[in-house]
Design a protein around this ligand. Structure first.
Ligand SMILES: Cc1cc2nc3c(=O)[nH]c(=O)nc-3n(C[C@H](O)[C@H](O)[C@H](O)COP(=O)(O)O)c2cc1C
Length: 193
């Protein structure tokens, strides 16, 4: 049996996301990001299908991406006022880098799409852990851009691909926000036959 790892269990028992509003520069450098993505991708993957890929949006492209999102948003919301526009602009500018986790889950003779999607979700969660372990912080966001066909085209998604998460990543400028956590007793039963 493996030894108990108090530091790791304490981390997992207390983990929380830092709001993307509180993620500043610097973003991870290239080597750090490779380390984070490698750890993120080390998930159970039934059939070894690797039903995900990553799109990194950082540096100058980060600002250009935010601007393109605002253009799309304006097209979708032609009647929106200045306040809504300011709010949307603020949201699109969060965090110095974004890693888009793209689901490539697809029909397969043996592995259900559901199982592939679970694996993609595990990548997103692992990304949060890896970001924390590497000295950064991250928040998993979706929102309207995850479901918008113009954004899918902007990102170059192939037919059947979907955004699983816009993983905002940067240097934490605040502690994680805590919230009520699940009551495990309420969610757990013992099957007794
Ligand atoms: C698939 C998915 C999408 C999410 N999208 C959003 C979002 O668009 N906006 C948001 O405020 N939180 C979103 N969240 C929630 C945050 O990622 C996170 O759960 C929350 O910030 C605090 O939870 P934590 O501290 O346990 O990580 C999403 C979570 C998941 C799993």
């Amino acid at each position: 049996m493996a030894d108990r790892n108090p530091a790791l269990i304490s981390y997992l028992a207390n983990r929380g996301s830092v709001s993307a509003m509180k993620l500043g520069a610097p973003a991870p450098g290239e080597a750090e990001l490779t380390e984070i993505l490698s750890a993120a991708a080390r998930v159970p993957d039934h059939g070894k299908l690797e039903p995900w890929r990553f799109i990194v949006i950082e540096g100058a492209a980060r600002q250009a991406y935010a601007e393109r999102l605002i253009e799309i948003w304006r097209g979708n919301n032609p009647d929106a006022g200045e306040e809504a526009l300011a709010n949307e602009t603020r949201k699109r500018g969060l965090a110095p880098a974004i890693v888009v986790v793209v689901s490539r889950a697809a029909e397969h003779p043996k592995i259900p799409v559901w199982e592939q999607e679970l694996s993609v979700g595990a990548v997103c969660t692992n990304f949060l852990h890896a970001a924390n372990a590497a000295g950064f912080a991250a928040q998993w966001l979706t929102g309207w851009p995850a479901f918008d066909t113009d954004v899918a085209a902007l990102l170059g998604l192939e037919p059947g691909e979907r955004v699983a998460g816009f993983m905002h990543i940067g240097t934490p400028e605040a502690e994680p926000i805590d919230r009520n956590r699940p009551d495990i007793g309420n969610l757990t039963s013992h099957w007794t036959g």
